[in-house]
Design a protein around this ligand. Structure first.
Ligand code: ADP
Ligand code: MG
Length: 215
């Protein structure tokens, strides 16, 4: 379902990823670990179709997304891939509910969208905060909104780049718990870059990067 074959990525003469290959089926959870600068975020960006590999191929459901035109790719990405970043990337001037609805703006989901948004906000235990704006929430709450938003379009692949990196230990545990719980329900491919080694055994797969290579 998600397959990468011999991908490498270079920025000029800087080789960031070298000869990475793997494939994951739906329902799989994957931890990516490695030292700072080892290429974790770059790999996540490539899996998320935000960046093209220099060499090699990405296939999602037997299709190479990079063969799509730029507008087609943007639509495809919005439908198939969800992202959670370390610093939530929520829009501070919009309410929690509006933030969760953002992925539906480019595609027409009608009233079903609002229903799903409420349902997701209930699952992340923020049903009572729908009209609040992100600056009024705690870091953990903001990250829970970001998770709800990422799941809005029922993505086949959920990519999280150090989602608990800015949170204290207890909050980080709550957010991780939530990610696993939602993964159990959504049965997507969950890929999480993390520095928290205690979390690693809870993933089905572990991909370790060192200097751009899988070890
Ligand atoms: P990690 O997430 O594991 O810390 P990154 O994937 O962010 O690592 O970065 C890996 C290497 O690639 C670093 O040396 C970084 O400076 C470099 N890099 C990342 N993005 C770019 C870019 N757009 N242009 C040039 N170098 C980059
Ligand atoms: Mg990174």
């Amino acid at each position: 379902m998600l397959k990468v074959s011999n991908i490498s990525k270079a920025y000029g003469t800087l080789e960031v990823l070298r000869d990475i290959s793997f494939s994951f089926t739906s329902g799989t959870s994957v931890a990516i670990t490695g030292p700072s600068g080892s290429g974790k975020s770059t790999l996540l960006h490539i899996l998320g179709t935000l960046e093209k590999p220099s060499i090699g191929q990405v296939e999602i459901d037997n299709t190479d997304p990079f063969t799509l035109s730029e507008p087609e790719l943007a639509r495809y990405r919005n439908a198939v891939i969800g992202f959670v970043f370390q610093d939530n990337h929520l829009l501070p001037q919009y309410s929690v509910l509006e933030n969760v609805l953002i992925p539906t703006l480019v595609s027409d989901h009608g009233s079903d969208a609002t229903e799903r948004a409420y349902e997701l906000l209930e699952r992340v235990e923020l049903a009572h905060r729908t009209t609040h704006r992100p600056p009024e929430l705690s870091g953990g709450e903001r990250q829970r909104v970001a998770i709800a938003r990422a799941l809005m379009n029922q993505p086949d692949i959920l990519l999280c780049d150090e989602p608990t990196g800015n949170l204290d230990t207890a909050t980080s545990e709550t957010v991780a718990e939530l990610l696993f719980e939602l993964h159990g329900i959504e049965q997507n491919i969950l890929i999480v870059v993390t520095h928290n080694l205690a979390l690693v055994p809870r993933f089905q797969q572990h991909l370790q990067l060192s200097n751009g290579r899988m070890v």
